[in-house]
Design a protein around this ligand. Structure first.
Ligand SMILES: Nc1ncnc2c1ncn2[C@@H]1O[C@H](COP(=O)(O)OS(=O)(=O)O)[C@@H](OP(=O)(O)O)[C@H]1O
Length: 332
């Protein structure tokens, strides 16, 4: 089949006119995904800063990716008990852990040759509402990702036995990563300086709202059945061990060599080397540095103290606060 016919076919598929079980190679699915992100990237370039954001139920979102109709359709999404949900505040390691989950679920999937173009639709709040129709025919186990606050995740997710993996990162590195993302991503309005962004981050005037509100909500739910919390720093400390732990949480039994190869494919080096292929123009924006402690290059002493005080006020003495190892990762 010519490239033109393949793209026409996938385009039709994505628009919802045809949706059946389709045998695609991973490369076909990925190429289509990359085309879609590149399109979104180029479309955002012509927009005015005020057109780049949309507010839904009091929370800011990038208008190029999120629309009210999709949030409404998401509220009534059908959830399966073997679905896997990855929840992460922006810049806490979403793409990293999504990659691990995709590899783990592919490894246990019986229909390995059928690779649905799931990358289009994995992020719950992105894209068109029609995608929820397509989602219905995806084979299990399906993997979904979201940056949404606990309160905005469909209740059905917690009403089933679906597994929920929640990723957090220390707030100082998350803020720095988010700052660079705001400035390099044409889909978000530029901020004039780190100082300006720091204040926005602290007050929650950023897309998906306040880091601290997200953390406080998860602190209340982290011990519930089918919920597992993991931190960026824990994965960084021991990638192989964490891949194993995630596989156990999902109830997957895989050979040691498979776990090892999934971990090898999930190193920052491996993912950033392939990022052009996997994420198109967003590749170099998402896979920036992949380090712990980059905050020391931007935070002033006063900003560091302000963050320390906020952490003390919100999360010190909490279970999630302890897991974040604030003193180890956020102090000089
Ligand atoms: N494999 C691997 N190892 C280590 N670090 C990694 C990896 N993959 C992504 N990253 C880093 O995660 C940061 C991006 O976070 P997200 O994927 O959550 O971003 S997004 O909100 O979905 O845009 C971003 O962090 P910064 O480099 O600090 O900006 C990425 O570099």
């Amino acid at each position: 089949m010519s490239e033109f016919l393949i793209s026409l076919f996938l385009e039709t598929l994505f628009k919802g006119r045809v949706w059946q079980k389709v045998k695609q190679t991973p490369t076909m699915a990925m190429d289509n995904f990359v085309r879609e992100i590149d399109k979104a990237f180029d479309a955002a370039k012509g927009k005015k800063p005020e057109e780049l954001l949309v507010t839904y139920k009091g929370v800011l979102y990038p208008s190029g990716m999120c629309r009210p109709e999709t949030f409404q359709a998401l509220d009534i999404m059908e959830v399966r008990k073997d679905d896997v949900f990855l929840v992460a505040y922006p810049k806490c390691g979403t793409n990293w852990v999504q990659h691990i989950l995709n590899d783990l679920t592919s490894a246990v999937s019986n229909n390995k040759e059928e690779v649905p173009p799931r990358e289009h639709i994995q992020m719950l709040e992105f894209g068109v509402p029609e995608k929820f129709q397509k989602i219905k025919s995806l084979p299990s186990p399906r993997v979904f990702t979201t940056h949404l606050h606990y309160d905005n995740i469909p209740k059905a997710v917690f009403g089933t036995k679906a597994k929920v993996l929640v990723v957090f990162r220390n707030p100082k590195d998350a803020a720095v990563s988010y700052y660079h993302f705001y400035n390099k991503n044409p889909g978000l309005p530029n901020v004039s300086s780190w100082d300006e962004f720091f204040q926005k981050f602290m007050s929650g005037e950023v897309c998906w709202s306040s880091y601290f509100d997200h953390a406080l909500a998860w602190n209340e739910h982290m011990d519930e059945e089918n919920i597992m919390i993991i931190t960026y720093e824990e994965i960084k400390e021991n990638l192989l061990g964490r891949v194993k732990q995630i596989a156990e949480f999902l109830g997957f039994s895989l050979p040691e060599e498979k776990i090892q190869s999934i971990a090898e494919n999930a190193t920052f080096e491996s993912m950033s080397n392939k990022s052009q292929e996997t994420h198109g123009k967003f590749g170099s924006i998402i896979f920036r540095k992949g380090a712990v402690g980059d905050w020391k290059n931007l935070f002033t002493e006063a900003q560091s103290q302000e963050m320390d005080a906020k952490f003390e006020e919100c999360l010190a003495g909490t279970k999630l606060g302890a897991r974040l190892k604030y003193d180890k990762y956020c102090k000089y």
